[in-house]
Ligand binder design. Structure first.
Ligand SMILES: Cc1cc2nc3c(=O)[nH]c(=O)nc-3n(C[C@H](O)[C@H](O)[C@H](O)COP(=O)(O)OP(=O)(O)OC[C@H]3O[C@@H](n4cnc5c(N)ncnc54)[C@H](O)[C@@H]3O)c2cc1C
Length: 671
């Protein structure tokens, strides 16, 4: 593989989702010289390609009579437990500024004729803090931010896939970040970049699970930072929920000026998609034979299960507390059919579930449908009445709900955890690395829907401010940095060829195997034995594969096309990430079942007689809500280690204007 000479850029933003683009805009506004965006592509990633029936942006309440404050907002963030109060306050305090920045850039958040940004309540939200531009809020944000990036003439290098981060040992003994290696996926050349700062905005770990509602172009790259020893927080706290996963690669899809053409259309089936009460059907793997309505197995009265399906509309994420009697039974049943029985599950909107009657529903569901004028003959008629855009959305992606059922699965959607940053979004142990957006693990066990987008914008502001005040010059030891990059480049230049010849496996097969393992044993359902076994396998594999990163003993054989080389590198970092996640998951069992995770325990409560006998719920231990799980790679043990760290209190409201003014003028606020 050809290696280009080292290129120097003062501050690199890696990734061009809503967080990365915002960071570039803010760095430019703060006057940081010489910035550039490196990205796999501006049409790729979650922000540009994902959405939901009303994609939510969560912010400080600024409408009506409900008084709100950053501290109240921070308390809401902290409610689910295991969230860092200092970060919660930071994200709450920066919320209004970040929101109005987007408004000023032209993101069409709706306001009334007096200019009030009227909000609505979202999940885990006691106020009306949520707002939305419709199904594609994060895409609207990217569009507006990208316009500004272009106006500011900030260079964007597309088709660059980062494959390794580089560090060297600084005088104080810490390993500081000094650059990265990127594969140019257009020509297969390896490009070393030296940088003073890296804003790491690579998004969530979309490539970890087989059942996933992350867009098919989003894999994430957290493994690169975990590999260099960056500390992570709350990795086990992910969100899972029901989503459609239809393969649309051969369908007529209406073109969109900005987004990627994904292979499968993945979309949360939340809100009205559930409230209209579709039929849940499972089939053999061919998608046709052996069709049956499986939800009937779980409740004697059909009205009862339909009422739970209705609740799923606004209780979208799988929630360990909503079992065995609540709406999470629906998720469990879908998971059992797909991951355990190997069947496929579909929502059919064309006819009602067998023996359906409005009278059998509980009063909440019946009243809702009645008030919506939706006591109509089929789920599709109800959907068309209550939310015509929801039908249209699938039609835009070549899926006609009137003609075919919709394939679904219980999917990974968001990771609340990620890299552990300071209140300035610098990695807490790798100086000059700034994880922002979903790759920063700033949320706890739960988060109010929409706070991911706020977190990414606030992180972008904070990192840019800090870089401008503290790291705007060059402090890099060039010789050390260039030496490190050259060594990494020569170690990795032949990696794809050697990996392919040593494992003998196609990268697709390898990926399918590890994604499947994650969905089966480390998704919403966590089985200690299986996780331990998978972890031992991965650690053993990584240690045995060490020679892969040593200089080649002999010239490798065939050249690998750039697109395949990128995928092989991607598997490398995904496997590192998987090892870190599994290690964190094992360490999290003491906390019990919480958030979107169900920990299995032979002494726990059974869920339903139909499920395997081992599916018994370990209850939550609430003491762990005041602690945060920190995970990082340890050189000494050559493995990932995790520990529970006690959380600090929310800082006292001790601010006196004159003191703050003094600290601000002297710059000590940035300490
Ligand atoms: C279906 C769905 C619905 C959601 N709904 C909501 C919601 O209503 N409200 C909310 O707040 N959040 C929601 N989220 C979460 C939210 O959309 C994401 O957390 C957020 O968009 C992530 O933004 P980001 O900028 O961090 O990452 P992304 O937008 O994913 O961007 C990551 C970027 O990094 C690039 N990249 C990745 N790896 C590399 C590499 N190795 N080299 C170079 N570039 C790389 C990618 O190509 C991409 O450009 C939803 C997510 C999903 C999947």
């Amino acid at each position: 593989m050809k290696i280009l000479p080292v290129r120097k850029i003062h501050t690199i933003v890696l990734g061009s989702g809503a967080a990365g683009l915002a960071a570039a805009v803010r760095l430019s506004a703060e006057g940081v010289p010489d910035i550039a965006i490196l990205t796999e592509g501006v049409r790729l990633g979650t922000s540009v390609n994902a959405g939901s029936d009303k994609q939510t942006y969560y912010k400080l309440g600024i409408c009506g009579r409900e008084a709100d404050s950053p501290r109240d907002l921070a308390l809401t963030y902290l409610r689910g437990g295991s969230a860092d109060p200092l970060i919660a306050l930071t994200e709450a305090a920066g919320s209004a500024r970040a929101f109005f920045h987007l408004v000023n850039l032209g993101v069409p958040f709706p306001h009334n004729r007096f200019g009030e940004y009227v909000g609505y309540k979202t999940d885990h939200d006691p106020f009306r803090r949520a707002t939305s531009c419709g199904p594609y809020t994060s895409r609207e944000m990217c569009r507006a931010l990208l316009r500004r990036v272009k106006n500011e003439e900030i260079p964007i290098f597309e088709n660059r896939s980062a494959v390794k981060l580089a560090t060297y040992a600084a005088a104080d003994g810490t390993r500081r970040l000094c650059g990265l290696l990127a594969l140019n996926t257009a020509d297969g050349v390896l490009e070393p970049y030296c940088c003073e700062n890296l804003v790491f905005a690579v998004g969530g770990p979309g490539g970890l699970y087989e059942a996933s509602v992350y867009p098919s172009s989003q894999f994430g790259a957290i493994g690169l930072a975990l590999e260099i020893g960056a500390a992570a927080a709350s990795l086990p706290e992910s969100q899972f929920g029901l989503a459609s996963v239809t393969d649309i690669s051969k369908r007529e899809v209406r073109s969109d000026p900005i987004c990627d053409r994904p292979e499968s259309f993945r979309w949360n089936v939340s809100g009205t998609y559930m409230q209209v009460l579709p039929r849940f059907v499972s089939t053999e793997p061919d998608g046709v034979s052996g069709a049956r309505e499986f939800l009937r197995d779980y409740r004697v009265a059909l009205g009862e299960i339909n009422s739970l399906v209705f609740l799923k509309g606004y209780q979208w994420p799988f929630d360990a507390r909503k079992l065995p009697d609540g709406s999470s039974m629906v998720d469990m049943a879908v998971f059992y059919e797909t991951a355990v029985l190997g069947r496929r599950v579909f929502l059919d909107y064309r006819t009602d579930p067998a023996d359906f009657s409005f009278e059998a529903l509980d009063s909440e569901a019946r009243e809702y449908l009645r008030k919506s004028d939706a006591l109509l003959a089929t789920p599709l008629a109800r959907l068309a009445k209550m939310n015509p855009g929801a039908v249209e959305l699938y039609r835009d992606h070549g899926i006609d709900l009137a003609a075919e059922p919709l394939e679904i699965a219980l999917c990974a959607q968001h990771n609340n955890g990620g890299l552990k940053g300071t209140i300035w979004y610098e990695s807490e142990n790798v100086p000059h690395l700034f994880p922002i957006g979903e790759v920063n693990g700033s949320h706890g066990v739960t988060r109010p829907g929409g706070s991911a987008l706020n977190a990414g914008q606030v992180g972008a502001f904070r990192a840019a401010q800090y870089i401008a005040r503290r790291y705007s010059g060059w402090s890099l030891d060039w010789t050390a940095a260039e030496k490190e990059l050259a060594a990494e480049a020569s170690r990795l230049a032949e990696y794809p060829e050697r990996a392919a010849s040593q494992t003998g496996d196609d990268w697709r097969k390898e990926r399918a195997a590890f994604q499947c393992r994650m969905t089966r044993s480390a998704g919403h359902l966590r089985h200690g034995g299986e996780i331990g076994e998978a972890l031992r396998l991965l650690t053993g594999r990584r240690r045995a594969a060490r020679p892969l990163s040593a200089p080649p003993a002999e010239t490798p054989t065939a050249d690998i096309p750039p697109a395949d080389a990128a995928e092989i590198f991607r598997n490398r970092q995904l496997l590192i990430a998987q090892e870190a996640y599994l290690s964190a998951l094992s360490a999290s069992f003491d906390a019990g079942s919480r958030g979107s995770a169900l920990v299995l325990d032979p002494r726990g409560e059974p869920i339903h007689p139909k499920f395997p006998g081992s599916w018994r719920i370990k209850p939550e231990d609430p003491r762990f809500r005041d602690r945060i799980l920190i995970t990082r790679y340890s050189d000494e043990s050559d493995s990932f280690l995790s520990c529970w760290r006690p959380l600090p209190d929310l800082p006292e409201d001790e601010e006196w204007f004159e003191n703050v003014w003094r600290d601000y003028r002297s710059g000590t606020v940035f300490d």
